[in-house]
Write a protein that binds this ligand. Structure first.
Ligand code: KE4
Length: 455
């Protein structure tokens, strides 16, 4: 029987590389959520991840020369798009002078000053190399300063893969069905107490049951790792009051929301004062970076100013500092002619939200689209109508129809739109996206919503 000529896959080169990659790296990837495993199709026999060759502005090109309008944007750092010219120039200039010295540089001070000016609750900062390092260090500092051990965290919030916070974690941990990872001894998590996001009564009870024992509560002020779940009115104010009442520290994990939802982050948007703030992503402009900061009275407990140890070979490295300075300089809406990049991002985000909602209604697909500025998530609700249309916490999100999202994802990918390969992530819009990109995305979504419903 003549071998039927199976049509060549549009992802042939990616498939070939992925077959090699799985032999060299666990799951073939450097970070789980990139594996497309959650959207591979029924039985997982479908697509593997595409391998990207290059990116520019809002566009990605894979090694099969397929192009995509990109809404992953490296999971948040690229608010000004891929390789914006000022960032490219700043990194090129710095690399000519070296990549890392293991010594102090003026660039660290420059970035620290920009962040302090944008975020008055972060007058002092320590740079690290990832969001995980930032949150890990912030909770160590909180425990050291308060001499208490218990940390409150919300079900579904994701604060990186530090042992004590990797329980009921969102993002890739939930996507791949291990929200609480094996390999973490009870001793590492016995001082971590879980409460539902957006639930002040439960959080109040948690504090009251542990009088004087809670060092801090760490929270994503806007959840991005359940998908986008904004705080209910009064929620963040309530957390601030509870921490004050119980002499605990409030830690805002703004790795995702810092400089994303406003130049002053979620703490600026909602006018809430955290005691410690964790940052990452945008402040490094796409290079590896993280940071944690707060008042000197707290931060000066960190070595070598104080005894609480934290260190990093590449912390504050000149390349990431250069990329961060160049990126934040593009965002500072007080520095340009009064027009704000955030106004542009809000308009693009609103256009996409409205268009997606209309497309979902036209396809009769139950979807809840939740958005803050340029980060949004379409939650695919169960078709039996039994699910709340407003996703307020992790439990709500877990009821979503993840296979419908997977079918939607694959249809959009084939149409040339790159979405996060998980229902439990945020889509990101950059200032490089155009109204044309948004309208094209909506056009493709009309078909993709129909595909989402077809089983
Ligand atoms: P990193 O260690 O990945 O730099 O940052 C951890 C982290 C901490 N806090 C928040 C609020 C975060 O969103 C993250 C990382 N975000 C995920 C995407 N939701 C990173 C993507 C990935 O894991 O590949």
């Amino acid at each position: 029987m003549a071998k039927l000529n199976k049509p060549k896959s549009r992802y042939a080169k990616s498939e070939k590389l992925f077959a090699e990659a799985v032999k060299l790296m666990p799951g073939g990837v450097s970070s789980p959520v990139r594996s497309f495993k959650a959207v591979a199709g029924e039985g997982g026999g479908g697509i593997g991840p595409v391998f990207i060759k290059e990116a520019k502005g809002a566009d990605l090109t894979d090694i099969d020369n397929n192009t995509y309008i990109d809404y992953v944007m490296s999971y948040g750092p690229l608010i000004a798009g891929h390789s914006p010219p000022p960032v490219r120039a700043a990194v090129a200039k710095q690399i000519d002078k070296g990549s890392s010295y293991g010594c102090c540089t003026e660039a660290e001070l420059k970035l620290a000053k920009i962040i302090a000016a944008a975020m008055p609750n972060v007058p002092m900062i320590r740079f690290v190399n990832s969001g995980t390092e930032a949150t890990m260090s912030a909770i160590r500092l909180a425990r050291g300063v308060t001499q208490r051990n218990i940390i409150l965290k919300c079900h579904g919030c994701y604060h990186g893969h530090v042992d004590s916070l990797l329980i009921e974690a969102g993002s890739g941990a939930t996507t791949h069905n291990h929200p609480s990872s094996p390999g973490i001894p009870d001793s590492a998590t016995s001082n971590t107490v879980l409460v539902p996001y957006n639930d002040l009564p439960a959080t109040t009870a948690a504090f009251e049951e542990r009088q004087g024992k809670i060092a801090a509560m760490i929270v994503e002020p806007i959840c991005g790792n359940i998908g986008v779940v904004p705080p209910l009115p009064g929620y963040l104010e309530g957390l601030r009051a509870l921490c004050d009442q119980h002499n605990a520290l409030l830690i805002f994990d703004e790795v995702l929301t810092g400089f994303r939802v406003a130049y002053g982050g979620a703490q600026g948007l909602y006018s809430i004062r955290p005691d410690l703030t964790c940052l990452g992503k945008i402040i490094g402009g796409g290079l590896p970076v993280g940071a944690y900061g707060g008042k000197p009275e707290l931060m000066n407990h960190v070595s070598p100013a104080g005894p609480i140890y934290q260190a990093g070979t590449l912390s504050g490295n000149p390349l990431a500092m250069a990329a961060g300075i160049a990126t934040l300089s593009l965002l500072d809406d007080t520095a340009i002619d009064g027009t704000s990049i955030y106004t542009q991002l809000e308009a693009l985000g609103s256009r996409l939200e409205i268009g997606l909602k209309a497309a979902a209604v036209a396809a009769n697909v139950p979807v809840s689209i939740q958005r803050v500025g340029s980060m949004l998530t379409p939650f695919f609700l169960r078709r039996d109508g039994s699910q709340t249309a407003s996703i307020k916490n992790y439990a709500d999100a877990l009821q979503c129809d993840t296979q419908a999202y997977a079918r939607f994802f694959r249809s959009m990918l084939d149409a040339g739109v790159m979405l996060p390969p998980s229902q439990f992530e945020a889509w990101f819009i950059s200032s490089a996206h155009t109204e044309g990109d948004i309208d094209q995305t909506i056009d493709h979504a009309r078909e993709a919503f129909k595909a989402a419903q077809s089983i």
